[in-house]
Design a protein around this ligand. Structure first.
Ligand code: SF4
Ligand code: SF4
Length: 73
């Protein structure tokens, strides 16, 4: 399954691990004191990790741009 959302970790990450604990899908790990998405992760966009990050280091982005709306004629 392709991930619907990309996880982005900014330089504000302090490696506290709160996001690792919050993700039910085990999408994140800590490498060299910083949160890193695991290879092959599938993020469903629940935002639990985003909400619990004390430094607001996490953000999500759609993996694909929204399809343009085509009006039916
Ligand atoms: S948004 Fe939800 S599924 Fe995605 S990495 Fe964060 S906690 Fe996990
Ligand atoms: S919760 Fe925030 S500061 Fe803590 S490890 Fe995750 S991204 Fe880094």
């Amino acid at each position: 399954m392709e991930t619907p959302y990309l996880i982005q970790v900014s330089g504000a990450c302090r490696g506290c691990g709160a996001c690792v604990d919050q993700c039910d899908r085990d999408n994140l790990t800590i490498v060299d004191g910083r949160a890193v998405p695991r290879e092959g992760y599938v993020c469903v966009g629940c935002r639990d990790c985003v909400k619990w990050c004390p430094t607001r280091a996490l953000s999500l982005a759609p993996a694909r741009p929204p399809t343009s709306f085509i009006r039916a004629r």
